[in-house]
Write a protein that binds this ligand. Structure first.
Ligand SMILES: C[S@@+](CC[C@H](N)C(=O)[O-])C[C@H]1O[C@@H](n2cnc3c(N)ncnc32)[C@H](O)[C@@H]1O
Length: 187
């Protein structure tokens, strides 16, 4: 009888001891989905990069890069180097295949990673097409990591608490699109 009681107590203690570890593991599993996949129209992509003044001296990071259209345009039309950060495995593979076809793999990299965890210190330009709530979650990392003079361009969704240095409205085929440009150190 006493042996059964002590076995039960040992199991209860083990479960309690493991609970925080298991719960931390659960938190780590599966990054948070910051937005569904909805591609920016090509004219919006070009305008985002144009108003950010992207040149061959820039390192552009697209957080949630979808099919890679922003990073590909940054390299092809603006001469920049670029990194796309994407959690959807199929989109990552599709974009990497496209980069090989276009011979752009040396200038553009796609990383399969949670945008919340990426090191943004190499970036001089960050592009976003997420949600206001997602921008809010990314803001501490942007504020901590980006160098003064870096630009953040967001399609349709503001970064709350920051003042855009420029806002542009574009008439698209189906609707209008708004682009917000923020300059680090001036926002
Ligand atoms: C609205 S789409 C924008 C795609 C592209 N940037 C564009 O403008 O065409 C948002 C993208 O973010 C990706 N995404 C969502 N949550 C993410 C996360 N935590 N880390 C990285 N990518 C994420 C989605 O899979 C989707 O491809």
């Amino acid at each position: 009888m006493r042996i059964w009681i002590s076995i039960r107590i040992s199991i209860a203690v083990l479960v309690l001891a493991l609970a925080p570890v298991l719960s931390a593991q659960r938190i780590k599993i599966g990054p948070q989905r910051l937005a569904p996949y909805v591609p920016s129209p090509p004219q919006v992509v070009e305008e985002m990069l144009r108003i950010a003044g992207v040149t061959e001296n820039d390192m552009v990071y697209d957080l949630g890069s979808g099919d890679g259209r922003i990073v590909i345009t940054a390299a092809q039309q603006f001469g920049a180097r670029a990194v796309g950060v994407e959690i959807d495995h199929k989109l990552v593979e599709q974009t990497q295949a496209r980069l090989r076809e276009l011979n752009l793999s040396s200038r553009v990299e796609i990383v399969e990673q949670d945008a919340m965890e990426v090191d943004l210190s190499p970036a001089s330009v960050v592009t976003l097409y997420l949600l206001t709530s997602s921008n809010e979650m990314l803001k501490p990392n942007l504020e901590k990591t980006l160098k003064p003079g870096s630009r953040v361009v967001s399609h349709d969704f503001r970064i709350s608490g920051w003042t855009p240095s420029r806002t542009e409205v574009i008439r698209g085929e189906a609707r209008t699109h708004t682009i917000y440009l923020y300059e680090v150190g001036k926002q």
